[in-house]
Each structure stands twice: as C-alpha cells, then as structure tokens.
Design a protein around this ligand. Structure first.
Ligand SMILES: Nc1ncnc2c1ncn2[C@@H]1O[C@H](COP(=O)(O)OP(=O)(O)OP(=O)(O)O)[C@@H](O)[C@H]1O
Ligand SMILES: [Mg+2]
Length: 263
C-alpha cells in the first residue's frame, strides 16, 4: 500500500552516518545509519529516549554535521558545504518543527510565519500574503495577529508548522511535534501533518511514541544509535495515534478533510 514509484533521487539521503560527541569516552549517538526519504513520504523515526533521534534529525536537517558519512539533499552532498552554504540550503530546502515550538514571543502569528521566508529575498508584502495563506492552511486564519502568549499549545504548534511549510521546503523535519501537547491537541497536530503530507509535503517526524509512529506510513526504528527496523505500514487512525484513547479525532479513512483556505 505504500509502494512508491521509483524516483531518481530521494529528497534526502542519510548515507552511512555516524556521530560521536566528544568526551572521554566520546558518546556514540549514531552508528552507521543509512536512510532514504522519498518525495511525498510521511516517515516516523521512532525509538526510546537516548536512541539518537534528535541527533539524527539535526544531522538530516544540516543543523549538525556527522562525524562520518554523508547527508545528500536532492542528490547533493551537504557535508562538503561550508556553514554559509549550508544555512542557505537549509532556508530553502528544510522546514523544522520542534516540541517546544520556538516561536518569537514579541511577534504575531503571521510575523512568526513570515520568519520562515526571511532569507529568501521575498518582498515584505508577499511575505505577509504567503504567511496568511499558510496560517489559513493550518486552520489559524482567525488568529493572524495573536502573539504566541495568546495562543493555546496546539495553536502555537500550528503556527510553527505554518512557518515550516510557508516556503514550500523539500522536506519538513519534526522533532516530537506532539510532545508538549495534551492528547486531543496532539491528535489534531498529527491530523494536520497527515493532511499536509496528503497535499504533497514530505515529512519526517521523530517520536518516542509507538502510537504516534503508527500515524505515519513508514516507521524507522532506532535503538542505541542504529536502525533496527525500517517498515512500511501503519498509517493507523489518528484516534489510536493519540496518547490517550479518548482523543476526539476521527479516522478519515484516506479522505482528505476540508481545510480552511484550501482551494
Ligand atoms: N551535545 C551532546 N554532547 C554529548 N552527548 C550528547 C549530546 N547530545 C546528545 N548526546 C547523547 O547522545 C545520545 C542520543 O541523544 P539524542 O538527543 O539524539 O536522543 P533522543 O533519541 O532524541 O532522546 P529523547 O527521546 O530523550 O529526546 C544520548 O546518549 C545523549 O546523551
Ligand atoms: Mg530527542
């Protein structure tokens, strides 16, 4: 069911990556991890605390460099790029969502989203237009001028997701995107991520939660810095993906649900 037509280049390739943090002894966080993410995938990287998930996400997102191995974005080796080139690549190719949202408190929702376009040379009126559109896509068209302190946790994460997707990146990397939310808000965020994925956004999300992982159509399992399994399957209903069984979200059986602002 998750068979994908063979494509020339994966969006992102992790090629025999290892990562050791310096120290005596060094901490080996990743050992010989290889992984391809194909366009249009919704992939969960799942593993217990300390298994190397955030380390892997940081390396996939070019925020951090591997000790050995390579990360290729659309076939180009990023490990040969200097920091300036890397941040340029990151600003166009990769969107990030973190457990703690990382919104700027002094900015409104749309201004936070517009931050996602800052390094792209988009004129300011266009930045605003696209930010509003991204907020409408995540169901927050009615909260454009709210500041993070005036938003619920789930709404803050929606703003962060809008910021991640506003520039139409090749891939969105999400580190425990539901980790700070209650089960109902978490289920809604997972639902939103699945809707964005159905609309074509490639997403890798990391989680320690098996139920959350099952909301994705592929699960890569990490243990002690190694990939122990890489399975297609899952795509479980969102109700089951929430951390509590009573989450008030229905499975939509593959039908894209209506989104405000979506043509
Ligand atoms: N900056 C660092 N310096 C030294 N060791 C680190 C550093 N960051 C992470 N580690 C170690 O690397 C290993 C993997 O950490 P990582 O944060 O990737 O795990 P994780 O799977 O994201 O865990 P969690 O689910 O708790 O967030 C851990 O043993 C951790 O202690
Ligand atoms: Mg982590």
């Amino acid at each position: 069911m998750t068979t994908v037509v063979a494509q020339a280049e994966p969006v992102l390739r992790v090629d025999h990556v290892s990562k050791a943090y310096p120290g005596s002894p060094p901490t080996v966080a990743l050992s010989d991890v290889s992984l391809d993410v194909r366009e249009g995938e919704l992939l969960a990287i799942v593993g217990p605390s300390g298994s190397g998930k955030s380390t892997l996400l940081g390396i996939m997102g070019t925020l951090d460099r591997p000790t050995s191995g390579r990360v290729l974005v659309h076939g180009s080796d990023t490990t040969t790029l200097d920091d300036a080139a890397l941040s340029g690549l990151r600003s166009v190719a990769i969107g990030f969502v973190f457990q703690q949202f990382y919104l700027l408190d002094g900015l409104t929702a749309w201004e936070n989203v517009a931050q996602g376009l800052l390094y792209r040379g988009v004129p300011s009126a266009e930045r605003r237009r696209r930010s509003v559109e991204a907020l409408e896509r995540v169901g927050l068209g009615h909260r454009l001028a709210h500041r993070p302190g005036q938003l619920s946790g789930g709404e803050r994460q929606r703003v962060a997701i809008a910021r991640a997707v506003v520039g139409a990146p090749a891939i969105v990397l999400a580190d425990e995107p539901t980790g700070s939310l209650d089960s109902a808000a978490g289920a809604e965020i997972l639902q939103l991520i699945r809707e964005l994925n159905r609309g074509g956004t490639t997403v890798a999300l990391i989680t320690h939660s098996e139920p959350v992982a099952r909301a994705a159509s592929r699960q890569v399992r990490l243990l002690d810095g190694r990939v122990t399994r890489d399975d297609a399957g899952g795509d479980a209903e969102i109700a089951a993906a929430a951390s509590a069984p009573t989450a008030d979200v229905e499975d939509e059986a593959g039908a894209p649900s209506a989104r405000p602002g979506t043509p």
